[in-house]
Design a protein around this ligand. Structure first.
Ligand code: GLA
Length: 438
């Protein structure tokens, strides 16, 4: 991953590079041992299908997008990290010395965006890695809080930046020496823990894995139990991926998310108990049924058999997850055959499930999906990510993109009183890090 080859930088990385001398020029004169200018970045993601399945050890089918969060900076000779956020126009300072022990104390005096950086650095230190301080400008074009996982992009970019600025003390990559190298999947796991620390959301691995593992023109089918990955083609002249932002950000989303996760865990426990009780009552004992550790293990047949005995709310939550896992596998089969256009109906179904059974949609997300439904050439649309705001994802025939854009720009503000924004995304590559000749 580390390379000295000059190559095309993502647009946001280029902005960070350009800003670096302006922001840190004066500072640099006073610091000993500064190294070459380094750039590191990581992408946001969209999720084609497989929502709220990751923490149930199920399947997800995301792709990394052509929007990134980037660091441009230089290693310092000491253990201090000085960051300038171009988006927030704000400076933050982190002391590596004392992490992870000083995490809480440092987090309490940092702006929110810098807590994600702190959390990753803290997890890297907890993993025993030797970090060095650095000065860096941060910039990104992943819409903030808009459902494309700007926080995962920031976390993963932090890990790549920390490796770059460590001056070879540790590296990220599959083929590196074991003790001081992390695989991209290990980075994803570490960044997932960092997200828990920084935001209090007990998220699954979807966002961080998609950011770490993205490949141009491909979606990835991830088994969130085994972490096996299968790449599937996702590039077609005929269809486009359009992301529409509700511009709704709800504080309550974190506690509702954790509550959903806990309800799923409870449903899995109850279903496991029911099965066990039944088996014990059966003459001859143990039927050859699989154990249930999570909703991943509940097949549609098993669910149909036991669902009526679950409390209503848990029945709805679990019913959604069981059906969603099936949909992901079906969509993966279609992509494998190159039948991109055929996946649309599954997106509508997922939206209905998230709205009616999982109950994580909101009026603004539903409005965007209904506007899309009325545009001919939209093959499927649904809310994306945790819910209660954020974005919808729309699979659209290429010739209908402009019609969808104008329908949303006109109707959404009228219906909700909020601004609208629409972006077309492509499946793009994962993180990158390099030294930049200046
Ligand atoms: C958020 C979380 C992910 C995942 C989605 C819902 O994006 O960070 O782990 O659970 O919600 O699919």
């Amino acid at each position: 991953m580390l390379t000295n080859e000059p190559r095309e930088l993502p647009a946001a990385a280029r902005v960070a590079v350009e800003q670096f001398p302006t922001v840190f020029g004066a500072d640099e004169g006073q610091v000993e041992g500064l190294s070459a200018l380094g750039v590191a970045w990581a992408p946001g993601r969209v999720n084609l299908i497989g929502e709220h399945t990751d923490y149930n050890e199920g399947f997800v089918l995301p792709l990394a997008v052509d929007r990134v969060t980037a660091f441009a900076g230089r290693a310092r000779g000491d253990g201090r990290v000085r960051l300038w956020s171009q988006q927030f126009q704000e400076l933050a300072e982190i002391e590596l010395e004392g992490l992870p022990g000083t995490f809480a104390a440092q987090a309490s005096r940092l702006p929110t965006w810098a807590r994600y950086v702190l959390a990753v650095l803290s997890e890297l230190k907890a993993a025993g890695l030797d970090l060095r301080g650095f000065n860096a400008v941060l910039h990104g074009d992943v819409p903030l809080g808009g459902g494309m996982s700007s926080s995962a992009a920031l976390e993963v970019a932090t890990a790549w930046a920390a490796a770059l600025f460590s001056g070879g003390r540790f590296a990220i990559g599959e083929a590196m020496a074991a003790s001081t190298a992390l695989s991209p999947l290990e980075v994803a796991r570490l960044c997932q823990r960092a997200e828990h620390l920084a935001s209090g959301v007990r998220c699954g691995i979807l966002d961080q894995a998609a950011s770490c593992l993205g490949r141009p023109g491909q979606a990835l089918l991830l088994d969130c139990r085994s972490l096996d990955v299968r790449y599937l083609p996702f590039e077609s002249e005929r269809v486009a991926l359009v992301v529409a932002d509700t511009h709704v950000r709800r504080e309550l989303a974190a506690s509702a998310y954790n509550e959903r996760r806990q309800q799923c865990e409870e449903a899995a426990r109850l279903l496991a108990d029911m099965m066990r009780a039944e088996e014990e009552g059966e003459p001859g004992g143990k039927a050859a049924r699989p154990a249930i550790d999570s909703l991943r293990d509940v097949t549609p047949e098993l669910f149909a058999r036991y669902a009526a005995r679950l409390p209503e709310v848990l029945r709805k939550r679990a019913g959604y997850v069981v059906a969603e896992n099936e949909r992901v596998l079906e969509v993966a089969r279609l992509l494998e055959r190159g039948a991109v256009e055929a996946i649309g109906p599954y997106l509508w179904q997922t939206h209905a499930g998230l709205r009616d059974q999982y109950e994580v949609s909101c009026a603004e997300l539903d409005a965007l999906v209904e506007i899309a439904r009325r545009v001919k050439g939209v093959l499927g649309a649904r809310m994306m990510g945790g819910g209660f705001g954020g974005c919808t994802i729309n699979l659209v025939r290429s010739e209908a993109v402009e019609e969808l854009r104008s329908a949303i720009m006109e109707e959404y503000p009228r219906q909700t009183g909020r601004p609208a924004s629409v972006e077309v995304c492509r499946a793009a590559g994962g993180p990158g890090a390099l030294y930049w000749p200046v």
